[in-house]
Design a protein around this ligand. Structure first.
Ligand code: FAD
Ligand code: MLT
Ligand code: ZN
Length: 473
């Protein structure tokens, strides 16, 4: 069958309501969140049933048409962008957006992959429970995208990354077969954990259409503190102290540099400085408990008193209400937006052992300084050893010119330093197309070989998200 005939058949599979035809609406699916890539696609389809996804993939497999899965399109590495106007189609999951079941006895929730993360959180809360995955993009990103990128976010320290929140998956394979593993079992040692392969695969092995997610007791007591700390070494030491003192209650421990906070205060409407004077280093930490009488406040105050005695904590404020807590979190969560207003950043998402963070930041400053002038906006999930070591053009200089010019060499410096210290060049945002060259440079040859073999077996014609992560054709 000639190509036009196949494309026609694909459109018919989803019907008119499932084809994005309007040029303005199409454009939103063809450009990535960071506007690094302008893509092209033969078709953009929005199936509303798993069987439609299966039919589309079977046809694409037969006719060797590339398929780019797309969730909320908030990814940072161009993973959801298609690059071929003749031979690639986009499959958007947004119409597969139901909560299929909530089981409050098993503490599980079964959802379609196109469910927006915030809606999943709301559904859990409506049942008096917690789905703890949380990040600045939660109003747009989808569960399928979260699982495909193995997203991290703001509560990994306590609850783990997206992968750790899953008890079952439903996946449409490249050839159109449906892998249905939605039993939601906490224990099932029956051979290779096949569903695990699809988490973090960024749509290169199949399309996730459903998942069984873990739920947790909803927090009743919440204590949030915004602290000025002496330096990043003090932040890491305070993390250890807070963990020792609170055990499981420490849910988030985020670092914010003075420079990142200043960007927010300058560019984000309504953002207010939590402390009377500016400092160079801040920590936003949160204790939570499902027990209203857990004594979290006293525990937090003990940590702060000891942190001050040791000279790690210089100043701080505790949230006294929900709105105050939201205001503190808003500063942290608005940093990416503030960086955009400041001309955009060369973003990094590195991880090293928590104990190695002070050495990493000291060496990065020493090694990058001589390479090219830049401004640093450093923040991130120190509790996970994960830093966003973002670089902006010097004041008054063009952000785009900086990114395409010195930003490239600086970025190489950040990645190679992290890897040389036993860390990762991509801790939570994935690989996509942006970091595919880094994967080739830094991943061990044996690990790369295994990845290529897995890709070959599950996607022999290389139709799943071509060009992303690794290729087999
Ligand atoms: P998309 O961007 O649509 O896709 C991402 C990748 O997954 C692509 O390769 C795509 O092909 C694939 N994919 C999508 N859906 C499916 C599916 N159903 N089956 C198979 N493959 C699929 N990330 C973090 O980890 N932590 C953060 O704290 C964080 N904060 C952010 C804050 C902001 C303001 C923004 C804009 C982004 C942030 N991100 C963060 C990045 C991003 O939101 C996450 O990577 C998120 O998981 C992507 O989900 P998505 O639905 O938008 O996926
Ligand atoms: C975050 O932690 O805010 C994101 O992962 C990083 C970003 O959005 O730049
Ligand atoms: Zn992050």
């Amino acid at each position: 069958m000639e190509r036009q005939g196949v494309l026609q058949q694909l459109s018919e599979l989803v019907g008119a309501a499932g084809v994005v035809a309007d040029p303005v609406a199409r454009q939103a699916h063809l450009v990535d969140e960071r506007q690094l890539y302008q893509g092209q696609a033969a078709l953009i389809l929005r199936p509303d049933r798993v069987e439609q996804v299966a039919g589309i993939l079977a046809l694409c497999h037969e006719h060797r048409i590339g398929v780019v899965p797309q969730g909320g399109n908030t990814g940072y590495c161009g993973g959801a962008t298609p690059f071929d106007s003749d031979n690639q189609i986009v499959i958007c999951l947004d119409r597969l957006n139901r909560v299929r079941q909530i089981d409050p006895v098993s503490f599980t929730m079964t959802v379609d992959a196109g469910l927006v993360l915030a809606k999943a959180q709301d559904a859990a809360a409506d049942a008096g429970l917690l789905f703890p995955l949380s990040m600045g993009s939660e109003g747009s990103c989808q569960i399928g995208g979260n699982l495909s990128t193995n997203a991290g976010g703001l509560a990994v320290l306590r609850y783990g990354t997206a992968r750790e929140l899953v008890l079952g998956l439903e996946v449409v394979l490249a050839d159109g077969r449906i892998l249905s593993e939605l039993k939601g079992l906490r224990k099932d040692n029956t051979g290779y954990p096949v569903t695990q392969l699809f988490m973090g695969a960024e749509g290169t092995l199949g399309i996730i259409t459903g998942a069984v997610l873990k739920l947790f007791p909803a927090p009743i007591a919440i204590e949030t503190a915004w602290l000025a700390v002496a330096d990043i070494d003090a932040a890491c030491k305070l993390l250890g102290l807070a963990r020792q003192a609170s055990g499981d209650a420490l849910t988030s421990f985020e670092y914010v540099s003075g420079a990142s906070a200043a960007l927010v205060l300058k560019h984000i409407d309504g953002a207010r400085a939590p402390l009377d004077e500016p400092y160079e280093h801040y920590v936003l930490l949160e204790f939570t408990s499902p027990d209203a009488h857990s004594g979290l406040r006293q525990g937090l105050e003990r940590v702060l008193a000891e942190g001050m005695d040791k000279g790690w904590v210089l100043d701080g404020v505790l949230a006294e209400s929900g709105p105050q807590r939201d205001a503190l979190w808003r500063i942290r969560e608005s940093i990416p937006e503030a960086e955009k207003h400041a001309g955009g950043a060369v973003k990094h998402d590195v991880s090293v052992a928590i104990a190695a963070i002070p050495e990493f930041t000291a060496r990065a400053a020493a090694e990058l300084g001589p390479l090219a002038p830049h401004r640093l906006s450093m923040y991130g999930h120190v509790g996970d050893g994960n830093l966003h070591y973002n670089l902006l053009a010097p004041a008054g200089e063009d952000g785009a010119v900086f990114k395409a010019g010195p930003g490239v060499e600086l970025s190489h410096g950040v990645h190679s330093l992290a890897v040389s210290m036993g860390g990762s060049f991509s801790a939570e945002h994935g690989v996509g197309i942006l970091k595919a060259p880094d994967l080739l440079a830094y991943k061990s040859p044996v690990a790369l070989d295994i990845m290529k073999m897995v890709k070959q077996v599950l996607d022999p014609h290389g139709i799943m998200n071509p060009g992303k992560i690794v290729t087999n054709v």
